[in-house]
Structure formats: structure tokens, C-alpha cells
Design a protein around this ligand. Structure first.
Ligand code: ACO
Length: 325
């Protein structure tokens, strides 16, 4: 029986030119390169210039993904952008990306799930494609978190960076075999009881301001390993794979200690983990597609590989996706 799967045809990324090192930050707040490296694994992050918007980063990433997919933008009928730092309160940043790509058919909308945004957006696009409603989608994770950081708060401003990544999905009829390419499963979760652990203290409906990111880092850390490991285990059970069958583990890049903790708990070998934290910091919804792009450029992301993606973020929200590349 014919079976539709969303095949990932292309990956792209874009980072702002300006780099802010840990030493640069130590001149702004009471911190040190040693503290940041040791506690997080971060060495530097990219910061958008004044006037360089989330949509600009997203358009550049999406264009590269389309070129690599060898798909003409006019054949795209769905654009989903995961972001918590939209250009404007409305319209959606995805609509700007859509028009920047020269696409005027189908639908474009944003997904707001903070650092889990890319997994959420991938899951939504995959389900639309599998349902037959759209044929080709661009899924973007794009952020300018530098705009919502409190640059006087050392406990948060050292952690985040700006950037964008994108993938191009295409619905393909298959037989449903294990070896065939495409997204095999996605699982998304949230629990609003934990809203106060990680939030932005502003918004159009409450303060009429943009606000700044606030986080109880220790508590977020406490939830991360357990919640992410749980949703990965569900994804593996759904698809019948064992952790040692994963070829590449592409996690959301929040903290090296979280990534290592999950890999250790599930028994994923360190050489299978993709780390971009050192160069990018935490780019929220952009971090997974940026890491996919890094793996591609390092020749680690090749056809046929079993790729596990996961994230947790404000909400709390969390999720995982498993794909045969
Ligand atoms: N430089 C130097 N010292 C610092 C800094 C800094 N940048 N930040 C905090 N400290 C100090 C604290 O004040 C504290 O000092 P004290 O002991 O005198 O009170 C000490 O360092 C330890 O602070 P902790 O918060 O306990 O440090 P911890 O080891 O937990 O590391 C961190 C903090 C890195 C934030 C960690 O908790 C973490 O990564 N948590 C998870 C965060 C996360 O994943 N966030 C992203 C979620 S995704 C999203 O949706 C955005």
C-alpha cells in the first residue's frame, strides 16, 4: 500500500557575521571565559547587527536549503517558521520568509515553542505532508535572542546567540519500509505548570513591551535530562529502534552537560553526538537545523543515516524526532 513520508531534501543555515566571545562578555558582566566554558561548553556566539532581523536570517538559511535540495521556491506550498523573536508581533515571520523566497501560494505561519520550536514545526509540517494537504515545505528555525536578553544578567546573557537554520521537506510515496528515507516519527509535549522556570517578562497583551528572558537555570536543568530522555525513549519504542542503532544524535544545544547526560543515560556513543554549542551558544529554535548544517558540512550527515533530534524549552515544551536521512 502507498505510504507518504516527508523526506528531508535539503538543509541550510545562516549566522550573523558578528561574533561575541566569552572574553567580550567578561567586559560587560561579572563572568569569565573559564566559568562559561566549564558550566555550559559555550566559547562564542553570533549576534545580529542592528536592523538584521529574524526573517533576514531565516530567508538566507531557507535559500541555501532550497539550493541544496535542488527545489525551485515556486514549488514550495508550506513555510513554517519556529521563532520566539519574530520581526513584529504580527504578521508571522514565516510570511516574510515566504515572500522573501518569492513564494505566494500555499500557507505560511509561525510556531512558538521556544527552544523546542524546530521539533514542533517539523512535526506539524510532517503531519500536513503525510495528510496530503501540502507537497513541499520549508521548515525554518530562526532567532535573534540577543534582542530579548537582559545584558546585565550574567546568569542568562552568556548562554544565547542568534542564527537560523532550515530544512526542505518533500512528500514522497513509499512502501513504509525501515530503510526508506524520511521522518519516521515525531513526539511533542508540553506542561504549562512550569511556565515560571523560563519566560520573557513582557508581551503585547500584558506589559505592551517586548520584555527580557528570565530563567531558573538550575530547575530547567533538573527537568531537561529526564523529560528529554523520556520522549526519546517513546520515539524509539514507536519506531522499533534501539539507541545503539542511532547514527547521529542532533540535540538542541542548551548546555553540554545536558547533552552528555542524555547521551550517557541512553547509551549513545559520544562520537555520534553533534556539538555546536561552543561556536553558536544556545540559538533556541535555530539550534537543531544549525547543528544539522554543521553535520552536513562535516560529511557526517549522509543519505541513509538514522538521525535523532530532540529539544526542551520554555513552556515547558519538549519533543523528539527520528528521521532516516
Ligand atoms: N559567570 C559567573 N558566575 C555565574 C554566572 C556567570 N555567567 N552565572 C551564574 N553565576 C554564578 C551564580 O551566581 C552562582 O553563584 P553563587 O553560588 O555565589 O550563588 C553560581 O554561579 C552557580 O550558579 P548556578 O545557577 O547554580 O549554576 P549552574 O551550574 O546551574 O549553571 C546554567 C547555570 C549554566 C544556567 C545551568 O543551570 C543551565 O544550563 N541550565 C539549563 C538552562 C537551559 O537549558 N536553558 C535553555 C532552555 S531552552 C529555552 O527554552 C531557551
Amino acid at each position: 500500500m502507498a505510504f507518504i513520508r516527508s523526506v528531508i531534501r535539503g538543509v541550510g543555515a545562516h549566522l550573523p557575521k558578528r561574533i561575541l566571545s566569552n572574553d567580550d562578555l567578561a567586559r560587560l558582566v561579572d563572568t569569565s571565559d573559564a566559568w562559561i566554558r566549564e558550566r555550559t561548553g559555550i566559547v562564542q556566539r553570533h549576534i545580529a547587527e542592528e536592523g538584521e532581523l529574524t526573517s533576514d536570517l531565516g530567508i538566507a538559511a531557507a535559500r541555501q536549503a532550497l539550493v541544496r535540495a535542488a527545489i525551485d521556491p515556486i514549488d514550495i506550498d508550506l513555510v513554517v517558521c519556529a521563532t520566539s523573536t519574530p520581526d513584529r508581533t504580527f504578521p508571522a515571520t514565516a510570511v516574510r520568509i515566504q515572500s522573501g523566497l518569492g513564494v505566494s501560494k500555499g500557507a505560511a505561519f509561525d510556531v512558538q515553542a521556544v527552544c523546542s520550536g524546530f521539533v514542533y514545526a517539523l512535526s506539524i509540517a510532517d503531519n500536513f505532508l503525510k495528510a496530503g494537504q501540502f507537497k513541499r515545505a520549508v521548515v525554518v528555525g530562526a532567532e535573534t535572542f540577543s534582542r530579548i536578553l537582559d545584558w546585565k544578567d550574567r546568569s542568562t546573557c552568556v548562554l544565547f546567540g542568534d542564527g537560523a537554520g532550515a530544512v526542505v521537506l518533500e512528500a514522497q510515496a513509499q512502501h513504509g519500509n525501515r530503510e526508506e528515507r524520511g521522518i519516521l516519527a515525531t513526539r511533542i509535549r508540553s506542561d504549562g505548570r512550569f511556565e515560571e522556570l523560563l519566560y520573557v517578562d513582557g508581551g503585547p497583551g500584558s506589559t505592551k513591551t517586548t520584555g527580557h528572558l528570565r530563567m531558573n537555570g538550575r530547575e530547567v536543568f533538573r527537568h531537561a535530562v529526564q523529560k528529554i530522555s523520556g520522549v526519546i525513549e517513546e520515539t524509539l519504542v514507536m519506531t522499533g529502534y534501539a539507541p545503539d542503532e542511532i547514527d547521529l544524535y542532533v540535540p538542541h544545544q542548551a548546555n553540554k552537560r545536558i547533552l552528555d547526560g542524555i547521551a550517557q543515560r541512553l547509551g549513545i556513543r559520544p562520537d555520534k553526538v553533534v556539538y555546536t554549542l561552543a561556536k553558536h551558544g544556545n540559538t533556541s529554535a535555530a539550534s537543531i537545523p544549525l547543528a544539522l548544517n554543521q553535520a552536513l558540512e562535516d560529511h557526517r550527515l549522509t543519505e541513509g543515516r538514522l538521525v535523532l533530534m530532540e529539544a526542551m524549552g520554555g513552556g515547558l515544551t519538549w519533543g523528539a524526532a527520528l528521521a532516516r536521512w
